[in-house]
Design a protein around this ligand. Structure first.
Ligand code: HEC
Length: 97
């Protein structure tokens, strides 16, 4: 449940970040967009600014580290083993509490 709430918050931030000009994304009725902004304004959420330019060398380094098993103690598991990019960084496994 916590993961679902977190996903919704991140998705909402991404949605707001992509709407700098107060226009709803294609196909989204204005009323829903306004309602979402009103709901999120209670927490002081503001749109994310423009992304800074990325250094391609650092992007390549990050990607290499993410998939490199050498970071693990037994050298048999990488970050991406659990944080699968195709599953949005998750592993689709249930969390026992
Ligand atoms: C064996 C599986 C596994 C591997 C390998 C792994 N992680 Fe994780 N990671 C998890 C799990 C499970 C969580 C969630 C822990 C929790 O919520 O209590 C997590 C949480 C995180 C978080 C916090 C995410 C959040 O929403 O707060 C970050 C950041 C992260 N991992 C980065 C990494 C990086 C970087 C690596 C590689 C160096 C890595 N992980 C390797 C399983 C793994």
């Amino acid at each position: 449940m916590t993961r679902l709430v977190g996903t919704i918050c991140v998705a909402s931030l991404a949605l707001l970040g992509g709407c700098d000009e107060m226009t709803p994304p294609e196909g989204l009725p204005p009323a829903i967009d306004a309602q979402l902004r009103q709901d999120l304004s209670r927490w002081g959420v503001i749109p994310i600014g423009a992304m800074p330019p990325q250094d391609p060398a650092l992007v390549a380094l990050g990607q290499a580290l993410m998939f490199d098993k050498i970071l693990s103690g037994n050298r048999d598991i990488a970050c991406a083993t659990c944080h699968a990019p195709v599953q949005h960084g998750g592993d689709d496994a249930a969390v026992e509490r």
